[in-house]
Design a protein around this ligand. Structure first.
Ligand code: SR1
Ligand code: MG
Length: 412
């Protein structure tokens, strides 16, 4: 068991912690706080919402020296909090409406202080509840593009790029992704689990040598292609949405990516594929529940994300730092490769949420008899996306393939 050399926060100690920090103390009335709430529902950290009675607030997120989901038997460096703050700072400068505002970082206790977005909802929660936020996919596509441009050789000169790459090396968190997302679903692992009804589907995935070879390529790309300071874990549970005009849903008023602790200099398509996969998972739920029209809306988020991403990069292309070398054909080549790699990374993320250890509520909270068909459909999407990405990587086609397979395999 790790021996923590720093004190963990709890609801009782947070008010004193805030009051002792002049920057944080200026953000709320420390003499008139509401009871502090611990709201961490992710796999790794403690998260506290601090609000005063006039409505001002902030959030403190503290990294534990182990994986919260599992406990001290799985030690994990709390330095991941530094990576979260680092990415929030840089992403916030490039996409100010794309992430929570960073208020500060405490390197002694691994605490990130950031904007309170309690008026937002986790996008996965909203999707599971049948709510729509039109425009959120496009906002995320633009966020990924702004970050890709501003932290890569498109927006940085050689020296600044290499300095950023060096500072962004995040081996422990990358190791989790390399194991849980890019290896274990396809090679087998004792911590993989599925419903008994899905055991043949998981076995077929393991036996699929084409998928195995392509996932080896995916892992190679993830481990070697230091393109941009990507989010690194951009699933719908890492996104907050708020409808415009105080509505419950409808046109989105605010879309923020959070939980940037997995950030590192990696392949741009990883973030796109992770988003796409989680739209497939949300659609598998809707199709299992017989909501085919809503599933079609969800799957349309796949091309919407891509189109906004591509358009933003084309719009920003004239600003590139090295127009002598980066000529027009380079952008077309990058976009073509990222489009195809998004299918591959999307396939990996979809499969790991079905057979791997970190599952998602979209599928897990379905009744077991519906869950088996949804899970089977998602695994078929994985295997087909891996094969089809070389033929024609049009994102609309990826969505259509997913919709057809989810409908074909749903429990009747
Ligand atoms: C042990 S961490 C499991 C998962 O939680 C995070 O949100 C990442 O998705 C990671 O793979
Ligand atoms: Mg997370």
């Amino acid at each position: 068991m790790p021996d923590p050399e720093y004190a963990f926060l709890d609801a009782g100690s947070v008010p004193g912690y805030v009051a002792a920090d002049p920057v944080l103390a200026a953000l709320v009335d420390t003499g008139d706080l509401e009871p502090v709430r611990e709201v961490g529902d992710g796999n790794l950290n403690l998260v506290f919402v601090v609000r005063d009675r006039s409505g001002r607030g902030l959030v403190l997120k503290q990294a534990l020296p182990y994986v919260r989901l599992v406990g001290p038997v799985w030690p994990l460096s709390p330095r991941r909090a530094w990576h979260e703050a680092h990415a929030l700072r840089l992403h916030g400068a490039l996409a100010p409406d794309g992430v929570p505002r960073l208020y500060g970082y405490d390197e002694a206790r691994y605490v990130v202080a950031m904007e309170d977005l309690s008026d937002h909802t986790v996008w996965r929660t909203a999707l599971n509840a049948g709510r729509r936020h039109d425009g959120a996919a496009e906002a995320l596509g633009r966020y990924v593009a702004d970050v890709a441009f501003g932290t890569s050789a498109l927006g940085l000169d050689s020296t600044r790029l290499k300095d950023l790459q060096a500072r962004s090396v995040n081996p422990q968190l990358c190791g989790i992704t390399e194991d849980l997302v890019l290896t274990e679903p396809f090679a087998g692992a004792t911590r993989n689990t599925v419903l008994p009804a899905n055991a043949p589907d998981a076995a077929a995935l393991l036996d699929d040598t084409d998928v195995g070879a392509e996932m080896g390529r995916a892992k190679w790309i993830f481990m070697t292609r230091a393109e941009a300071l990507i989010h690194g874990d951009l699933h719908t549970g890492s996104v907050l949405v708020r409808a415009g005009g105080g509505a419950v849903d409808g046109t989105v008023g605010s879309t923020r990516a959070f939980d940037t602790e997995f950030s590192f200099h990696g392949p741009v398509a990883f973030d796109l594929g992770t988003l796409w996969a989680n739209h497939v998972l949300a659609a598998s739920r809707a199709i299992a529940q017989g909501e085919d029209e809503r599933a079609a809306w969800i799957l349309d988020l796949v091309p919407r994300t891509w189109n906004a991403f591509e358009q933003r990069l084309r719009d920003r292309w004239p600003e590139r730092v090295d127009p002598r070398a980066l000529t027009g054909g380079v952008l077309d080549g990058l976009l073509s490769r990222w489009r195809s790699e998004a299918w591959l990374f999307g396939a990996a993320e979809a499969a790991r949420r079905i057979v791997g250890m970190a599952k998602v509520s979209d599928v897990e909270t379905l009744p077991a008899e519906l869950r088996a068909g949804a899970a089977r459909g998602v695994l078929h999407v994985t295997r087909r996306w891996v094969r089809e990405r070389h033929a024609d990587a049009d994102p609309t086609r990826a969505a259509r393939i997913a919709g057809d397979l989810l409908a074909e395999h749903r429990t009747q």
